[in-house]
Design a protein around this ligand. Structure first.
Ligand code: AMP
Length: 288
């Protein structure tokens, strides 16, 4: 595996390595969910590149940018063992040189859910992913369904700005008890870690109701809220059932797929999770 930190070295790497390239953008502190994306990329491309960059522009002023876990040596070893070909680990000035001021502003899909509570977050994501697409030139780029709204924002980015690549959303990897894997899980106390399973349990209850034929969005949403309320330590930021593509409310649900999405705090730690309801396959692979 080659480790590259600068734009010039990346350019040289491209010249030496023609063929298709699967790209997995991450913020590091890699877990099995990230490595699933590496496997998916390897299965469909000549080579695989992973980027590790804790992107300052997608964190709000009171968020965890400074204390976000940075574990580059362990990540590098995990990627080598997984057969990754290239690790791109730029520093902040490589991504945002002095004077950088151009941004990518996503549309309405970035407004609800996390977008409402994290102003500027998806602009930061869209901007850094645009930069990574320009630098890494993926044939295909792989993201996780765990960040469903991010996936829909990036789907529109690829369609609207005609990026010549395919974007693929891979299934959420979960711990044995159902909690979605996340670098932020390690912030949880042992007690809060046990309580956190209330989130996937509530989403599973909604899935069961949907599979039993419930299509009234009010009912599904009430069920989600009631299930989450069973864990009093959870402070729910949002718990919504919305159209899976536009993330707008729809009632009643027609044939279009929906997503049930939750953001909740356990102490200071914010966790997100979601489940796709219905046939959403067409949203999982997008090319412009
Ligand atoms: P992050 O490092 O948290 O920015 O995540 C990098 C990529 O991995 C994003 O596309 C995430 O959606 C994806 N990802 C994070 N957690 C998981 C998970 N538990 N399962 C699958 N993909 C994930």
């Amino acid at each position: 595996m080659d480790v590259v930190r600068t734009r010039a070295d990346l350019q040289a790497w491209h010249e030496a390595h023609p063929g298709s390239l699967g790209v997995v953008p991450t913020m590091g502190n890699l877990h099995a969910g990230h490595l699933d994306l590496v496997d998916a990329a390897r299965a469909e491309n000549d080579r695989v590149a992973v980027s590790i960059f804790v992107n300052p522009t997608q964190f709000g002023p009171n968020e965890d940018y400074d204390r976000y876990p940075r574990t580059l040596a362990a990540d590098e070893a995990a990627l080598r063992a997984r057969g990754c070909d290239l690790l791109f680990a730029p520093d902040v000035p490589t991504m945002y040189p002095p004077g950088a001021e151009t941004v990518v502003v996503p549309g309405r899909v970035a407004e609800p859910l996390c977008g409402h509570f994290r102003p500027g977050h998806f602009q930061g994501v869209a901007t850094v992913v645009t930069l990574l697409f320009q630098m890494l030139r993926p044939t295909r780029a792989y993201f996780g369904q765990k960040d469903w709204q991010q996936g829909m924002v990036l789907r529109r980015l690829v369609l609207d700005l005609a990026f010549p690549l395919e974007i693929i959303l891979c299934p959420t990897r979960r711990e044995d008890d159902g909690l979605a894997m996340s670098s932020r899980n390690q912030y949880l106390s042992a007690e809060d870690r046990r309580r956190a399973i209330a989130i996937p349990a509530a989403l599973q209850a909604v899935t069961r109701a949907y599979e039993a034929g419930e299509r009234r969005i009010g009912r599904l949403q009430a069920l989600l809220t009631a299930q989450l309320a069973r864990e009093p330590a959870l402070t729910v930021q949002y718990a919504e059932v919305v159209d899976a593509e536009t993330l707008q409310p729809v009632d009643p649900l027609g044939d279009r797929p929906a997503v049930a999405a939750v953001a909740a705090f356990l102490g200071p730690t914010r966790l997100i999770d979601n489940v796709l309801l219905g046939e959403g396959r067409s949203l999982l692979r997008t090319r412009s």
